[in-house]
Design a protein around this ligand. Structure first.
Ligand code: N01
Length: 896
């Protein structure tokens, strides 16, 4: 219904006439204020409904002693107006809550925002009125509101979590919640105080409460990592970067992973000596900068448990150096989660506070709270009498802020609570299918709390307001994501959650802190810059995944998924695209080899294993080089003969080094990588015959090489997969050697270029159709191409060893790999397939770059162990948990 008719109908209404606006916003914190400013500038009529008595959002409510931001304030600021930036100077590196609240008040005054905010007003219900195409809101204060668009700027941590402890009502003393601290302060002097909870709020407030209280007892369920803030003036190095080129500094933040302008680390932990790692750690510890220590030590710190554990150990050392009582120190050391998987805290004198004589730590893991009584707190071992209890027990995060605030009813009477019963479902973290014209700022599914909120809020608000303006200009009155787009985003979210270690901790990020809440990683873990580019891409692809309607325009729906690639594959391909490399096939064979060598130098070094030994073996026409990769555990180990990729033209026995090392670590088996001869110098069937000859020699000399005598296994990637497959056929036909299993990773199996994957993935995924053409031309004449020694799909496939065949969705070779697996299975060969969704030809060999390839390599390792008759345990490497495996982890693992 057109706005004018709605307004006319509304004006007829009697008492309680709704206030008509284009856009209603809930919340007047960082997000709500910027929204009001942008909406007004874009010509929309607006109102913000705010429960509090003034602006500030989280900074209005969280007034407990010690409350500060944990992102440096120069970064935790609005950047949309250079004049605003020039008009405000922060007094400290980490501003206090009162200063941040003053800043938000200053912003509200500067842009005269308060006139559009209705304070002291809670929305009690929001319903989508299908006929009017408007949201109808009721409130607990004043007239209802009718709006075309409804935007939740409710923050992620605004719904405090009940303490879930029996007897709170019986307590006769004072009770405070850090998230709802009295505005006129609390006098704790001379009182016996209990603090329950040691998250950021507890850790920030405990040192200051200890200074006032007669005695402070801290009830800790889970220790958290805390780092000294070293507060003071803003660091001069950061200030000079900002002042040197403010625009570039801000832009770098917008494109970064966490919303703070730091570069991506490239050195991996195992490339650094103990001394180098310690030096990096000490520097970070001295800086007092959460984002720095979370991102700048080594590249694997946030994605790999081994790289992460190094930091955990160093922090635990720091704790034991500060806390004098060893038992207290031990209780304060986190062991149950990777560093960063739960939000670490910035502290001032936190650990040292436990050296005070008026502070006691109660370890609830050893003595859980049984009840709160009239006089204090009773644990399994003692009763502690207190005058005051401070609950620093956290929030029903992300969804709580939206879902629990008020009933939201969308199209067809659907309730948001029901739609989210199994966890939040969103498209881009901004919208929900079935809820037209409904938006969330920093909602679940967006980077939000895993980023500098100020940067994410500006990006969200800009995106939403720009879209609303564009819709209005085009005559559209509704916007809603499609089911397919939302399902795709949820898959992408699950894919992203395998990138980091957040899934391995019980936190409010996963909903694990609220009993009964469905668990899964709620914020987007793919990074701020990538997220921004996806949102932009959705627009440039014609509002991909949204249905737009309007009274006088044809409906528009360009349905589809925003991201079909695995998140890290997308980053790799985008990076390659920006390099604008000439096609490999234009370089000539020598040039291409030189290019691949250079390219490989830029990748992370392979991981340490037991031993690496080079040698040569007698081939049919002379020696062939090989490289043996041995596990650290004493042998002898089953032997895997490995053939590298490179289209029969490129690479050598060392060129898949990270993959071989990774598989050795995961399988506990020995890999012998063979340097077979290359085209065009040595054309078909040299590579195949070299592969077969090498396999036979290795099988015969397994013991000399340090391996286990008996059947060998073969494995190979790409053209190497081709050689492995051919070797199995030749071994069957030529009387040996005995091969116990074959791992074929994206193998070439046929000379036919007509299968769909050759067209679907002809360009854009690094291995192109044209490059494959070139490889074939260099290796094999057209007449020879149907020979099973190069097209094993055309050979006899019965009687082959059991196979594990991996194919990647975005690979020209996908369909011929699947065809080979199916042909073998049809011929009675035991075959298992891994059809890797969202992956490209190089996904699994780009170890420590394409992190989402790790679960696939776990499956490959399991298959190889099974073929070798070994028990199924595989070293999960970056996959295993620090003790507890959260359901979120299981969700993520299942999704990949
Ligand atoms: O909440 P939390 P928070 N019995 O959930 C414990 C942001 N923030 O308010 O871990 C006993 O982190 C709970 O124990 P466990 C920041 O993003 C930022 O401190 O569930 N204990 C945990 O120790 C932060 O991450 C700043 O075992 C119970 C604690 O209470 C987020 O807000 C400052 C319990 C809750 O920790 C939330 O921080 C403050 C029970 N029944 C907050 N229930 C800045 O510096 C819970 N706990 C910007």
């Amino acid at each position: 219904m057109p706005d004018a008719m709605v307004a006319a109908r509304a004006s007829d209404a009697a008492r309680g006439t709704p206030r008509q606006v284009d856009v209603a916003v809930v919340g007047a914190g960082f997000a709500g204020l910027y929204l009001l400013h942008r909406l007004r500038k874009a010509g929309f009529t607006t109102v913000a409904l705010e429960e509090a008595g003034d602006v500030g959002g989280t900074w209005y409510w969280n007034r407990y002693p010690g409350a500060r931001c944990d992102i440096q304030t120069i970064d935790y600021s609005y950047t949309f107006d250079p004049e605003l930036e020039a008009a405000w100077t922060w007094s400290e590196k980490y501003a206090t809550q009162p200063e941040i609240l003053r800043y938000l008040g200053f912003v509200a005054d500067r842009y005269e925002l308060r006139r559009d905010i209705r304070f002291g007003t809670k929305v009690t219900e929001a319903s989508w009125d299908e006929a009017a195409e408007r949201w109808q809101l009721t409130t607990d204060n004043g007239a209802p509101v009718s709006c075309r668009h409804y935007i939740m700027a409710t923050g992620c941590l605004s719904a405090p979590k009940p303490p879930e402890i029996d007897g709170v009502k019986d307590f006769k003393g004072e009770v405070y919640f850090t998230g709802r601290w009295p505005h006129d302060g609390v006098n704790l002097a001379g009182k016996r105080v209990a603090v329950i909870g040691t998250g950021s709020s507890g850790i920030q407030s405990i040192p200051l409460i200890a200074e006032q209280a007669a005695h402070l007892t801290v009830f800790q369920r889970t220790p958290n990592f805390a780092l000294p803030a070293h507060n003071g003036p803003a660091p001069s190095d950061r200030m000079s970067l900002l002042q040197g080129d403010r625009a570039a500094y801000r832009e770098q933040a917008r494109q970064s992973m966490a919303g703070v302008p730091y570069p991506q680390q490239t050195a991996v932990s195992w490339q650094l000596s103990d001394a180098e790692r310690r030096a990096r750690f000490e520097e970070a510890w001295g800086k007092g900068d959460l984002v720095y220590i979370l991102t700048q030590l080594w590249a694997d710190q946030a994605v790999d448990v081994d790289g992460n554990r190094l930091i955990c150990d160093l922090i635990r050392e720091k704790i034991s150096a500060v806390v004098k009582d060893p038992e207290t120190a031990a209780a304060l050391m986190p062991h149950d989660h990777p560093f960063g998987a739960k939000r670490p805290c910035l502290d001032t004198n936190y650990y040292a506070t436990y050296n005070r004589s008026n502070v006691t730590l109660v370890n609830l893991r050893q003595e859980p709270i049984k009840a709160i009584t009239a006089g204090g707190i009773t644990t399994a071992r003692r009763s502690v009498d207190v005058d005051v209890i401070v609950f620093a027990t956290g929030f029903d995060a992300m969804t709580g802020a939206i879902r629990a605030v008020h009933p939201i009813t969308g199209r067809g009477g659907k309730s948001l609570s029901d739609v989210w019963a199994q966890g939040p479902q969103t498209y881009l973290g901004l919208t929900v299918e079935g809820f037209p014209n409904f938006f969330m700022i920093t909602g679940p599914g967006s980077p939000s709390v895993l980023s500098n909120m100020a940067v994410s809020i500006e990006q969200h608000v800009d995106w939403v307001v720009d879209r609303l303006a564009a819709l209005r200009d085009a005559g559209f009155t509704t916007i809603e994501p499609t089911e397919a787009a939302q399902a795709g985003w949820n898959r992408h979210m699950a894919d992203c959650s395998t990138l980091t270690l957040h899934r391995l901790a019980n936190t409010w990020y996963t909903g694990a802190n609220v009993p009964g809440k469905v668990q899964g990683v709620m914020p987007y873990t793919g990074g701020v810059g990538p997220y921004r580019s996806i949102c932009d891409e959705v627009v440039s692809r014609g509002m991909l995944g949204f249905r737009l309607t309007g009274p006088n325009v044809a409906a528009q729906c360009n349905d589809g998924e925003a991201v079909r690639l695995q998140p890290d594959v997308r980053l790799v391909l985008n990076l390659l695209a920006t390099l604008n490399l000439p096609p490999i096939e234009s370089m000539g064979a020598l040039g291409a080899r030189a290019f691949v060598n250079e390219f490989n130098k830029g990748r992370p070094a392979g991981r340490p294993i037991g031993d690496v030994v080079d040698g040569t073996l007698p081939g049919t026409d002379g020696p062939l080089p090989y490289r043996v990769y041995k596990p650290a555990a004493p042998g002898p180990h089953p032997v895997v003969v490995y053939f590298h990729g490179g289209g029969w033209v490129l690479g050598d026995e060392q060129s898949d080094d990270p993959f071989c090392r990774d598989m050795v670590r995961r399988t506990g088996m020995m890999f012998v990588s063979v340097g077979y001869r290359h085209a065009p110098e040595h054309r078909f069937p040299t590579a195949a015959e070299d592969g077969y000859a090498a396999t036979r020699w290795i099988a015969e000399h397994a013991a000399e090489l340090g391996g286990k005598p008996g059947p060998v296994l073969v494995a190979g990637w790409s053209a190497g997969g081709n050689i492995a497959a051919v070797t199995c056929q030749l071994a069957r036909d030529r009387g040996g050697p005995d091969i116990a299993g074959q791992l074929l990773l994206c193998p070439v199996t046929d000379c036919d270029f007509d299968r769909p994957s050759y067209n679907d993935n002809a360009t854009g995924y690094f291995l192109t159709r044209s490059l494959m053409d070139w490889f074939w031309d260099l290796y094999c004449s057209p007449a020879d191409r149907i020979d099973p020694r190069v097209s094993p799909l055309r050979g006899k496939v019965a009687g082959l060893p059991p196979a594990f065949v991996v194919t990647c969705e975005f690979d020209p070779l996908r369909d011929e790999g699947i065809a080979y697996a199916e042909a073998m299975a049809a011929a009675g060969v035991p075959v298992q397939q891994l059809k890797a969704r969202g992956h490209f030809h190089s996904s699994f060999t780009m170890v420590d770059v394409v992190i989402t390839g790790a679960p696939g390599r776990v499956q490959m390792a399991e298959a190889l162990r099974r073929f070798a008759g070994l028990p199924p345990e595989v070293s999960l490497g970056d996959e295993h948990s620090h003790g507890h495996t959260s359901p979120g982890h299981r969700i993520a693992a299942a999704a990949s």
